[in-house]
Ligand binder design. Structure first.
Ligand code: GLV
Ligand code: MN
Ligand code: MN
Length: 416
């Protein structure tokens, strides 16, 4: 028997979920998704997917960091489960696929097992994890990091958004502060299906990717304090311009990359720059900005962080500014299990799917599970140069179904 997911059902679910938090992008007119973690829209998305889990006859539990698991019984309930999951929160300018494909693809896999009357030896657990994006509370992979033991529950609960609301308060407010134990016992294996979010697979004509690992990620928030002043009357040499300092840091990051000192794959982004008071004729007295560094090489990443810290110190002295740096997230480069990669690749070969190995540029819940059990991921190519964290994010029905069917077959092999 060849097991496969129902493409139309997967596609419909992806679109039903994307309708929650849907918004029209004011610049492009495209429909995007805004389901920032622990907001009312996230709560509505959670409720829908939880209901789908229940309708599939799965035993649902919510843990103390708001992760939601759904368990399908195995023939031997004493064995550790195979876990397949991802996230359903989004960046504020997201698309329909990031995270959701992995959760709904796994759900459709379980539905296909039901339709075929297959019971696996091991239980299968589906999961979606709290605030994978890290966009609201500052730390990505938050729920899976707590589940897998990297971040203590109390630390995660105490994180605050820009309005001062804590993770714990918001979990309680939206009704997802569960009582299940948040630390997972080691699963037998973990697999995650995800849209690639980059251009590689489509550009090279591949139908799917087997993910080899995830590069290191470093997030910092810089608060630069200078002196606000009049734009017309304050001579340039007397200014303590916090906005100018942010620009200098941003430029320096690009110089670091262009130098090649940190390898050809280093990336740096200043995604948030907030000068205050943010008015045309006022020198910014204060600027908050963020730095997102990525590097597949841990040593190169650490060296880049040191250079940035030294530059920021020297700049503060030069411009007479106080610059405070807060590390909000930091993960090392992760290598996925060769064995799980091989199970995935074998199913792709058997189905005649043109595939390649690929390292992930984005962070994923799988990187947390890699610390607990053999783990790997499946990538589905994206359209439009693989654009993601953007309303234009898109993959085809065929590609999504191909990825979900590979996930299904991988889950069955691992659970047998
Ligand atoms: C998660 O989406 C990331 O920032 O890589
Ligand atoms: Mn994601
Ligand atoms: Mn994302």
């Amino acid at each position: 028997m060849t097991l496969a997911v129902d493409p139309a059902r997967l596609w419909n679910r992806l679109h039903d979920l994307a309708a929650i938090g849907a918004y029209r992008d004011e610049h492009t007119g495209l429909m995007g998704v805004n389901r920032l973690a622990l907001t009312d829209t996230d709560a509505a998305g959670r409720a829908l997917v939880k209901r789908w889990f229940e309708e599939a006859g799965l035993a649902v539990r919510v843990d103390r960091i708001g992760n939601v698991y759904a368990r399908r019984r195995g023939l031997d309930e004493s064995l550790a489960p195979v876990v397949a999951g991802s996230h359903i929160d989004s960046v504020p300018t997201g698309g329909a696929f990031d995270g959701c494909l992995g959760v709904l693809g796994a759900l459709e896999g379980v539905r296909a097992l039901d339709d075929a009357g297959v019971v696996t030896r091991r239980p299968i657990e589906l999961g979606f994890f709290t605030d994978e994006e890290g966009c609201r509370f500052g730390t990505d992979m938050l729920g899976s990091a707590v589940a897998c033991g990297r971040i203590p529950l109390e630390v995660a609960w105490a994180l605050r958004d820009r309005d001062g609301k804590t993770v714990k308060e918001e979990l309680a407010r939206i009704g997802f502060l569960g009582d299940a134990e948040e630390r997972v016992a080691a699963p037998h294996a973990y697999v995650e299906l995800h849209i690639e979010q980059g251009p590689v697979l489509a550009a090279e004509g591949f139908e799917l990717g087997v993910v080899t690992g995830v590069q290191a990620i470093s997030w910092q928030e810089l608060t630069i304090v200078g002196k606000s002043a009049h734009a017309g009357t304050t001579p340039m040499h007397l200014r303590r311009d916090a906005g100018f300092a942010a620009a200098r840091i941003h430029l320096h990051l690009h110089e670091m990359i262009e130098s090649g000192r940190y390898g050809a794959d280093m990336r740096a982004t200043m995604g948030r720059i907030e000068p205050a008071p943010n008015r045309i004729n006022v020198v910014p007295g204060r600027t908050v900005c963020t730095v997102d560094l990525r590097n597949p090489d841990d040593h190169a990443m650490a060296a880049a962080e040191r250079e940035l810290a030294a530059f920021v110190r020297a700049l503060g002295d030069e411009l007479q500014l106080a610059i405070e740096t807060r590390q909000t997230a930091r993960t090392a480069s992760i290598a996925f299990s060769g064995d799980v990669q091989e199970v995935i690749a074998r199913h792709m070969r058997e189905a005649g799917v043109h595939h390649r190995r690929i390292q992930s540029g984005a962070g994923h819940d799988a990187q947390e599970f890699a610390a607990k059990c053999p783990t790997a991921m499946i990538f589905v190519p994206g359209e439009y140069d693989g654009i993601s964290h953007n309303p234009r994010e898109y993959s085809t029905l065929e590609a999504c179904a191909r990825g979900a069917t590979t996930l299904l077959r991988t889950m069955v092999t691992l659970a047998s």
